[in-house]
Design a protein around this ligand. Structure first.
Ligand code: SAH
Length: 214
């Protein structure tokens, strides 16, 4: 993954490459997919959700500019793979997943790998995690119709947020930096994530193209 998928595409940060080299990706995936676990693609994890492509994990993690001291909020635990990468690179990870069985499976896998700096909560992550805010970094691994206000409020001054924003079938990966109380955004790449579903995002899994982010 590191030599064929990440370095040729410009992922340079040695800490990130080391973390991705260290965390066993297949553990987060059903055994039926193990022969493809380290391939250059996303894979299904059940519940109509997916584990992100390794390059996307690397790109998003790099954009967070972690040094090891940060408290990070992750929305969309999913398999828990991205959570583990964050736990390698930050002080503490607060991760929210709306689907209970995925959160529990991720918790068991992460416990099995002895991660002690991860807290997982089953909830609607579009509220953020007000009790633990502010965060140095926020990563959203599901596609949002717009940026939920809670993330802007719960990000520290100077903090980074990475979030895919767009319609249900394709998005633009945006990086934001909080400055003077607001967030300045730049576009990183186009991407395809499963929808962010909640009070301040898409309302239902099946919804067509209606935007409900009031
Ligand atoms: N980073 C994960 C990505 C999983 S896919 C991985 O690589 O395995 C995105 C996840 O976001 C799904 O598990 C989905 O259930 C979850 N999700 C969608 N909307 C959410 C919300 N409002 N709050 C928390 N999790 C959400």
């Amino acid at each position: 993954m590191v030599d064929e998928q990440l370095i040729p595409r410009g992922i340079m940060d040695k800490r990130i490459l080391d973390a991705i080299g260290k965390v066993p990706r297949h553990i987060f995936i059903e055994e039926a997919f193990w022969d493809r676990a380290y391939g250059d693609h996303a894979l299904p994890i059940g519940e109509r959700q997916s584990i992100s492509q390794p390059y996307m994990v690397a790109l998003m993690t790099e954009a967070l500019e972690l040094t090891g001291t940060e408290r990070v909020l992750e929305i969309g635990t999913g398999s828990g793979y991205q959570t583990a990468i964050l736990a390698e690179l930050a002080a503490k990870v607060y991760s929210i997943e709306r689907i209970k069985v995925l959160a529990h499976r991720a918790r068991m896998i992460l416990d099995g790998l002895n991660y002690l700096n991860i807290v997982i909560k089953v909830f609607d992550g579009t509220y953020g995690w007000p009790d633990e805010a502010p965060f140095d970094a926020i990563i959203v691994t599901a596609g949002a119709p717009a940026i939920p206000q809670a993330y802007i409020e719960q990000l520290k001054e100077g903090g980074r947020i990475i979030i895919p924003v767009g319609d249900r079938s394709s998005q633009v990966l945006k990086k934001g930096v909080k400055m003077g109380g607001g967030i300045v955004f730049t576009d990183l790449t186009s991407c395809i994530f499963v929808p962010l579903i909640g009070a301040f995002a898409w309302k239902k899994e099946e919804d067509s193209d209606r935007r409900n982010n009031n």
